[in-house]
Design a protein around this ligand. Structure first.
Ligand code: ZN
Length: 392
């Protein structure tokens, strides 16, 4: 099916300003023509014809941190530990749909028990499951004593870690994920992998042509991960000045996942918890915001991720994450680019998606309103296109 969207406001994600009264044509799965409606050549082929007046067209959004196998909410840890592979898979089918409907046309799944996210990624690519294009890590890796057993694949030595990484690569992982920090029962964060192990993991992932992401909450472990050459720091709740400077210098991405504490805070308020009981929620929130601002100031590359399913955050609310990025100092344009082009670069799919340009896959979202003047407009989705096909 060929398609034209006429007279729309276009935010193409390249870094250019928005332009009004533009028409965008799609042939097959790819964008084939962009220009003013008056200069658009007459076509004899049948086109699906959409009047874009009053709407804004943006690239399909990219969530760099999801766990499709989890629903989020209050029982997230319990379910992630106790669900069967079948339950994970069935939940993922629903969560993939929710995510795509919210305008997320590409996503990274950064960890699932039994590595079922790799199968889900294959099935969405095959069209058997309705969902974003998914790049999946398989299981993610930790050292003993740092996470509840079963949530991650626990390895004891760098050798064991390398065997695990090779296993994920053979099964078809599109990235590798490790945990660089763990937490003690009292909540204290500590570096959970040695520099030697991180170095070995980075080398193994890069030798296979894959990126490597690290779960990071503590100061020390985050710095170690950045020094070892990890491509993206996930969460980055506690990053200090020297670390953000090094990240900016090395081009290390930060995926802030502010939806994690935002969702937790809302649940805690609903449950009627006291200020005291909520102290650790506020500690997370304050540190996460301070670290995000520090990274922004230092020029660290920021890419959007919600941690839906791996935290109380739920799938389908990427717009809330982008709003939090704007609330805490990013311009709407920069936050949108962090959710499209910049994210596509982190995922290594920038040749196919991430911007609205001729030749790219037609992954696009039509918004009722203008997200550059009001980022909340991202919640008003009127249409979602994936590979030229209208899916909403
Ligand atoms: Zn996560």
């Amino acid at each position: 099916m060929d398609l034209v969207i006429r007279n729309v406001k276009l935010i193409d994600g390249t870094g250019a300003s928005a332009i009004s009264e533009v028409s965008v044509e799609v042939t097959g799965s790819a964008i084939s023509w962009i220009g003013s409606e008056s200069s658009r050549p007459k076509r004899t082929v049948h086109q699906e014809d959409i009047n874009g007046q009053g709407l804004t067209l943006i690239p399909g959004m990219i969530d760099c941190h999801e766990h499709f196998t989890g629903d989020g909410g209050t029982d997230v840890m319990d379910r992630l530990l106790n669900d069967t592979a079948e339950e994970f898979t069935l939940k993922a089918v629903g969560n993939c749909r929710r995510s795509l409907m919210s305008g997320v046309t590409t996503a990274r799944d950064v960890g699932a028990r039994f590595g079922v996210n790799i199968n889900i990624a294959k099935q969405t690519a095959a069209g058997a499951v309705f969902g974003p294009r998914i790049i999946a890590s398989g299981e993610w890796f930790q050292y003993p004593g740092t996470w509840p057993a079963g949530l991650t694949r626990t390895t004891e030595t760098p050798e064991e870690l390398l065997l695990g990484i090779q296993d994920m690569i053979q099964r078809g992982a599109g990235l590798i994920k490790v945990g660089a920090t763990g937490f003690r029962p009292d909540g204290a964060q500590f570096p959970s992998m040695s520099r030697e192990a991180l170095d070995a993991a980075v080398r193994a992932a890069h030798d296979a042509g894959l990126k490597i992401a690290a779960h990071c909450h503590g100061f020390e472990g985050t710095l170690l991960a950045v020094e070892a050459g990890i491509d993206s720091i996930e969460h980055g709740t506690y990053v200090d000045e020297p670390t953000v400077r090094l990240m900016a210098e090395k081009g290390t991405y930060m995926v802030p996942t502010m939806s994690t504490w935002d969702a937790r805070e809302r649940l805690a308020i609903q449950a009627g918890l006291s200020k005291d009981q909520m102290a650790d929620v506020y500690d997370r929130k304050e540190n996460s915001i301070a670290s995000f601002k520090r990274a922004l100031q230092a020029g660290v590359i920021i890419a959007t991720g919600t941690d839906a399913g791996g935290s109380p955050a739920r799938h389908g609310f990427v717009a809330r994450e982008i709003e939090l990025m704007v609330d805490n100092g990013m311009t709407p344009q920069a936050a949108l680019e962090a959710s499209t082009r910049v994210a596509s670069e982190l995922l290594g799919v920038q040749e196919q998606v991430g911007t609205i340009e001729v030749g790219k896959q037609a992954d696009m979202v039509l918004i009722d309103g203008d997200p550059h003047s009001d980022i909340g407009a991202l919640k008003n989705i009127w249409a979602v296109f994936q590979g030229g096909r209208r899916v909403r």
